[in-house]
Write a protein that binds this ligand. Structure first.
Ligand code: NAP
Length: 544
């Protein structure tokens, strides 16, 4: 029985025990609702439970890659590094679950395979892989926007005799790669993190690269007592910075100057002085790098020169470097480097150009064949990315009023209201769904969950049974998102298979997936929507 007397198992069922699941438990429980979070993983962590590949670490800096609802938690937890590894991040999430007594609300090892809106009752029914079914008034996806693996369609993958798996499905029991020959297909952020770590002990590492990336240095550093004190003394300001930043990061930007208006020597000096690691460089140098093509070209060329300095073999350096002519900085999400480029200076680390020189032909029983060579491996990792933003929501049937699934609805365009609601899917919320910003995820997740909580509180307070996301609001947000997207250089992403446009998928056409109007403006829009009583939604009482 739910809060308002409806015959349901829970007020709210959520899927995904990552940051979203933890935030949902906190905010909804405080609102007096019964909540159950399901996750097919065996632990909390979300991304950090799945991405067990060696070298996995955050690309946001630790101290603002966290939930902010409790000042005590922020003060009590100590990060060890600028970018914590996945284990440390997962430990942090366990710490949050422990401290806030969240475990009773989380059901692990349980996959949801079906979710259907029950039109007559105005409730949702979800079914688990073992056939159990549960009902709820509100259904929330917290499945993550980069969680559904993209398995490539390469001939012969089932022939390979050794382990072959997607990077986000690294064997849970571990995999001894010391002394082994490791082949990695794909050269995105995952591979950039994985190679330096695997290369430490593997006999050889071979990366099959199609499109080179703009690779920024991470410049890892250990936390010091002084730095930690400075952070903890200033947490309110750090949280406010994230809330008010275009990418939800605690960065000092905008900086109030443009690369195009800055004399060349001064520009070079600013680029150099800020070459101190993280995405800060893109945001704390100039304000026009992602908007003005010529400014982007300047930034791109600076990065390429820096990348090449670190690779001894000029031919390998050329292969690793992208070119502005091919695509601008940020049309693909740039990886952060912890020693990837230098790894190619070692004899046992190899790069294969599968775009021009020798395209992939097949996986064989013993390795990978290209048009020119056969490479022998003991292990093959498919670091081939994800069906971003919509993939997890399309992976099993989620059916709305008309009976169509989200996957069917999103055949050509992934329409959504502010990344949180979808028309034809009443009483359903998505945390960081399509057409939400791409930003520091814990910041966006918390902002979404606050909006969701306010919406449910209104429903319960005013005795509503159903909210229906309005199609006009969805059309308006979709058009607004598309208009902004077209003005950015990210719109070039479809030329280079960017997941940020779903252009890495074979099954659906590229599309606008991300709101690039600034995460800060987006959070303002969410707040305004809540203040105005959620005009994007139509509220109904059953039988009224
Ligand atoms: P990705 O950036 O999409 O890279 C996938 C790679 O696989 C690309 O090099 C792609 O080549 C290649 N590929 C895909 N299909 C292929 C095929 N059939 N044959 C050959 N190559 C193929 O994926 P990712 O590296 O997993 O990263 C995805 C995103 O996850 C990142 O951008 C980031 O947002 C997130 N991530 C975050 C972190 C972090 O924050 N710590 C770490 C890792 C990942 P093309 O480029 O030519 O398509």
């Amino acid at each position: 029985m739910s809060k308002n007397g409806k015959k349901v198992d829970f007020d709210v069922i959520g899927i995904g025990a990552g940051f979203a699941g933890l935030a949902l438990v906190h905010y909804l429980r405080n609102a007096g609702l019964s909540v159950r979070i399901f996750d097919r993983a065996s632990d909390v962590g979300g991304t950090w439970a799945w991405n067990r590949y060696p070298g996995a670490a955050t690309d946001s800096e630790s101290y603002y890659y966290c939930l902010t609802f409790s000042k005590e938690l922020l003060q009590e937890w100590s990060w060890t590094k600028r970018y914590p590894g996945r284990q440390e991040t997962q430990e942090y999430m366990r710490f949050v679950a422990d401290k806030c007594d969240m475990w009773p609300y989380i059901q692990l090892n349980t996959e949801i395979v079906d979710a259907e809106y029950q039109v007559d009752d105005g409730i949702w029914r979800v079914t688990t892989g073992s056939g159990d079914s549960f009902t709820c008034k509100y259904f929330v996806s917290g499945m993550g926007m980069i969680s559904e693996p993209m398995i490539p369609n390469i001939k012969g993958m089932d022939q390979f005799k050794g382990p072959i798996f997607h990077s986000s499905r690294w064997p849970k029991e571990g995999l001894d790669y010391a002394g082994k020959r490791v082949g990695i297909i794909g050269a995105g952020a995952t591979t950039v993190q994985m190679v330096p770590e695997v290369a430490k002990t593997a006999a050889s590492v071979t990366v099959f690269q199609r499109t080179p990336n703009y690779i920024l240095p991470a410049m890892q550093k250990q936390m010091t007592p002084e730095w930690e004190k400075e952070i903890k003394d200033n947490y309110d300001a750090i949280i406010a910075k994230c809330r008010n930043h275009v990418f939800g990061m605690a960065f000092d930007s905008p900086v109030g100057r443009n690369a195009l208006d800055t004399p060349p020597e001064e520009r070079q000096r600013i680029f150099e002085e800020n070459w101190t690691g993280s995405f800060r460089w893109v945001f704390e140098t100039f304000d026009d790098l992602l908007a003005a093509p010529e400014a982007n070209r300047m930034a791109s060329e600076f990065i390429i020169a820096k990348m090449k300095e670190r690779v001894k073999d000029p031919k390998i350096a050329d292969l690793l470097a992208p070119s502005f002519e091919n695509y601008p900085l940020f049309a693909k999400r740039p990886p952060l480097d912890h020693g990837y480029l230098e790894a190619f200076n070692e004899e046992h680390v190899h790069l294969v150009d599968i775009k021009d020189a020798e395209p992939l032909v097949e996986v064989t029983q013993t390795g990978v064949r290209t048009t020119r060579n056969h490479y022998e491996f003991d292990i093959i990792v498919l670091a081939t990315g994800f069906s971003a933003y919509t993939g997890a929501l399309e992976a099993f049937p989620i059916k709305g009023v008309s009976g169509q699934t989200l996957s069917e609805k999103w055949r050509k365009s992934s329409d959504c209201i502010m990344g949180v609601c979808v028309s034809d899917f009443p009483n359903m919320f998505v945390v960081t769904g399509p057409q939400a910003p791409f930003a520091n995820l814990p910041t966006s997740i918390e902002q979404n969950v606050i909006w969701i909580t306010h919406c449910i509180e209104k429903m319960e307070r005013e005795g509503y049974d159903i909210f229906k996301p309005r199609r006009e609001a969805e059309e308006a947000w979709t058009a607004h998102t598309a208009e902004i997207h077209a003005q950015t250089l990210m719109a070039e992403g479809h030329k280079v298979n960017s997941w940020m446009m779903g252009a890495n998928r074979q099954d659906k056409p590229p599309r606008v997936l991300i709101y690039f109007g600034g995460a800060n403006n987006y959070y303002d829009t969410l707040d305004k929507s809540a203040e105005d009583g959620f005009p994007e939604l139509e509220f109904e009482k059953l039988g009224a």
